[in-house]
Design a protein around this ligand. Sequence first.
Ligand code: NAG
Ligand code: NAG
Ligand code: NAG
Ligand code: NAG
Ligand code: NAG
Length: 557
Amino acid sequence: MEHNSFFKQCLIVLCVSFPFLANVRNGGRFFHEKGVWNYTTMLLREDLNMLILGAREAIFALNLDDITVNWSVTNNEQTDCSYKGKDATNDCKNYIRILHKINDGRMYVCGTKAFIPTCDYMVSLINLTLEGKQEDGKGKCPFDPSQRHTSEMVDGVLYSATSFNFMGSEPVMMRSSEESIRTEISSTWLNEPNFIHMAHIREGESNPEGDDDKIYLFFSETAVEYDSYTKMDVSRVARVCKGDLGGQRTLQKKWTSFLKARLDCPVPNKNLPLLVQDVFHLCPSDWSTCVFYAVFTPQLDSSQYSAVCAYKIEDIKSVFSKGKFMAPVTIETSFVKWVMYSGDVPDPRPGACIDNHAREMGITKSLELPDKTLQFIRDKPLMDQAVKALGEKPLLVKRGAAFTRIVVATATALDGTSHQVMFIGTKSGSVLKAVNYGGEMVIMEEIQLFEPSEPVKILRLSNTKLYVGSDVSVAQLSISECGRYHTCLDCVLARDPYCGWDLNADQCSTINSTHRTSTVIQSLSYGDASQCPQIGTCIISLNLQTVCSGRNNKSNI
Ligand SMILES: *[C@@H]1O[C@H](CO)[C@@H](O)[C@H](O)[C@H]1NC(C)=O
Ligand SMILES: *[C@@H]1O[C@H](CO)[C@@H](O)[C@H](O)[C@H]1NC(C)=O
Ligand SMILES: *[C@@H]1O[C@H](CO)[C@@H](O)[C@H](O)[C@H]1NC(C)=O
Ligand SMILES: *[C@@H]1O[C@H](CO)[C@@H](O)[C@H](O)[C@H]1NC(C)=O
Ligand SMILES: *[C@@H]1O[C@H](CO)[C@@H](O)[C@H](O)[C@H]1NC(C)=O
């Protein structure tokens, strides 16, 4: 393809066609553009029937008529960046890091732009077009492309957690609006954090306590609460209230509702806490049913296992609204130890959103909160109690390639029950598909997508597809690939809630609402294939293998 001539004609905005996801392998369709790397930012625009893909110096809109916009750094920007000591050919590029849809259908896009983070608006009409606004991206998008960051668009307002300066030493969680609010620059609030995920939960909707919407932030940071001479990291969840306007004198233009707690994912016989790597939330109905699924890996790379823990929003909420606080105590002259605070807690409770209780006290916005409440939260944002995992244990612990990302889909089985299906990306470029049946974790398949050691860096779900991004390419998979099971036995023993053996069609089919238990076989809890035709007999041998004789046979597990 004559890319260069296109670039010359179109100046900044380009429109290149190429066969979309042409390469089919391992049940996945792949896409990558020659010379373009780092496909690690995605936005699904189901309204436009497009996947917007952010890479290094390029944004793609993938559908049948593929479209690209080239957003590269200028030679001057690249030179300036390398004068500041950064690697010209890698760091001094524009890594697209933020892609959000805004209310009017446009998109908000930010890139690292050779260590001058910059944002712009983008429209997708016939082509992708950047509006050329070139807004300051400081505090929204990282300077350094290798730093983790997270952001969320909430009713047209950007919330972000990233570092605020060139050195990457000034972490911040902020809201960019007319009432711009951020965290204090203090290790008490954020202590060398690694930002992972942000989620907006509409807790304000018909809330009996008159509570506000929350923005949850998941990250890891250096711990202060352990007696340890070596540096130790912990996983955290923090949250702020959407309506927070900061304080009047204390905490001016700073969050008055920033609270954080430790996130426990207990794996037996491990001393050092695991660190959170990615989070996905699923809300079956209203906000009170939301569950956060998180993948964890050990902080010392030598241990080759990973875990998935889940957290109920109600459990997180109760730690913040009822739990004890921690407070720093100076021991000897300079050593500070954090211990449970057992003194008086001011009213309104520090960190609480403006709710009915505050309104009864005549406080209608955070600007009216008393200094006592504000000083307390400024000095003691950390909770003493940790948030416990659902069932107080991981849903899954697995040896092998480290988990990097997770998304979770809900599948409706043949009998109408709902099951949460987890798709987990790994450091070695594979995706695992796993489901929990009443405490028993079943890994249905592991699909190798990218070259070994090419880590999965992003996962996104649509209703029927899973999109997987890495530094080298992007893959699209069907979430229910039932056709890969050729026999009734394979189909039933896979225990995939999406699939069942259709006796009429004589094939493994994706379960739909018209299917009936009389014509389709599915056995999720037991993997019982005895109803399969001409199956012969199956016995469970002592080593828990299913051994069958007859026409269709298979060893499983
Ligand atoms: C859109 O892209 C096509 C090439 O794919 C080009 O011919 C056309 O002029 C572009 N339209 C606009 C409005 O830029
Ligand atoms: C973007 O355009 C510039 C200048 O026209 C070109 O050098 C560069 O290779 C293009 N980048 C991508 C990712 O296509
Ligand atoms: C971008 O991708 C290249 C090629 O795989 C990789 O070497 C590099 O580390 C990636 N950079 C970032 C910042 O992710
Ligand atoms: C359900 O699946 C069957 C094949 O197994 C197919 O014939 C039918 O059209 C599907 N129904 C819907 C609503 O998708
Ligand atoms: C499965 O069937 C084949 C013949 O189709 C037979 O050779 C094999 O021994 C059977 N395996 C088991 C485990 O029963």
